[in-house]
Unconditional design. Sequence first.
Length: 502
Amino acid sequence: MGSLGASNGANGVSEEPFLWDRSNLPKQLFINNEHVDSKNTKKLKVHNPKDGSLVADDIAVAGEDDVDAAVDAAEAAFPAWRKTSASQRRRLMLKLADLLEEHGDALAELTRITLGNPAASMSIFEIKYTAEAFRYFAGWTDKFPGETYPQDDGFLKIVRNEPLGVTAGITPWNCPLIFMGLKAGPALATANCFILKPTEKTPFASIAIGTLVRMAGFPPGVFQVLPGDGSTGALLASHMRIRKVSLTGSLTTGRKIQELAARSNLKRVTLELGGKSPAVIFDDCNLENAITWCVNGICGMTGQMCYAASRVYVQEGIYDKFVEGYKKAIEERSKSIGDPEEKGTMMGPLVDKIQHERVMGFMDRGLSQGTLLTGGSRVGDKGFFVQPTIFTNVAEDAEICKEEIFGPVAVLNSFKTEEEIIAKANDSNFGLMVGVFTQDITRAIRVSTEIDSGMVGINCVSITFLVAPFGGSKESGMGRENAINALRMYTEPKTVMVNLTY
Ligand code: NAD
């Protein structure tokens, strides 16, 4: 579908209709403010995870010529875009945020039909959070000025934060619009052009965003969308004229992107990767609070969250009580598994057959690695539903204790001392998030210092805020999203030295 002939209304926002819905799915590339066909013949196929039915088998995959066309358009747009005033960039981003909310129901549905995230929980939340991300970063357009340093030696030093040029974001399937917003937001706020490569599993809302970008009034080439699979992502990561790539995805893909960037033009790389996040529950915690966070931390998004609380460690004194309450709450949550379109559903299916088989594989092998406390089975005979599943008495080196499962499967073990639990929590290649549950603030701060992790929740876990850096240590990633830290990822400091001595 080509341009709908956007005309700007009195408020500067185009009055063109937003036509995308489940009977008219967006499947094309969005280049230079137009939805256009790919020059590539390869197509993506997606299914509805609630019943396995085919949703589409003709979604474009951007190939080399398409990527080049998008980069050409972005390069052409960049000189004028970087000179666009901060207030105008802010206005455009705020308009985009409003349009996202205005068309929130349609966008949420476009993701739900291939992700299965329930309408009642994550589906609408995702749209609101994405709109907030654009608003948050819109506020930064004129608040990241750089620095000056003393001229006592006769030289004034000015440091300007300059945009990189053409940047790219590659997103995963679990919250595709949120991750788009966390990348496009800081990229646009700092006057870069941005190319989005959405996930191949849940791409529709990301492709539809193109229409909103045009309606908001962004100049052609500033914000483009190239659907595709890993091959499209690899073309972006190895492109000689793309100056930055930001991935949210798996460790395997992160390694490949880092390598492609190094082998091409040494483009800047941000990686938001996986996790195996521990929740550490001390004897003196508020038990009910700890249970609530741990249940949400493994059942939210059907466990398909990078910072899922997938390793739960409970101190001996309250272990039995915790097990009882946690099991009960998990089994209660199981009752809300169902059709993501239904109001009462809190847990939907896993995203697809591949993920279903992968998670079921971990659950089956887990039976020989620990004691099954609850769950362990698929739910129903169609679609990709699984029970939230807890294993106890799992050895620290067992596969289910070490590897990211990315489903509603947690291991639950006891511990005696603070020293012991710090060592266990740190015994992981990942370092994304940890939750520490205690009413002793001194201990909470001490443990938060000792645990090697990008983020620590005290009396909470699996949570994030736009105003504070998000990201992990060790193999959980490189760089940060959110906060001022995200702006640093899309800019290069330029030092200008002024000789005042002559
Ligand atoms: P994935 O790595 O399979 O895919 C992510 C994206 O990378 C997709 O768009 C995919 O097409 C692209 N890609 C695949 N191969 C590529 C290549 N060779 N070069 C360039 N791009 C390539 O991840 P997924 O299965 O979509 O998402 C699940 C993973 O994402 C989990 O590991 C999860 O922990 C992680 N994740 C991390 C965060 C975070 O913020 N830290 C958030 C959500 C998900």
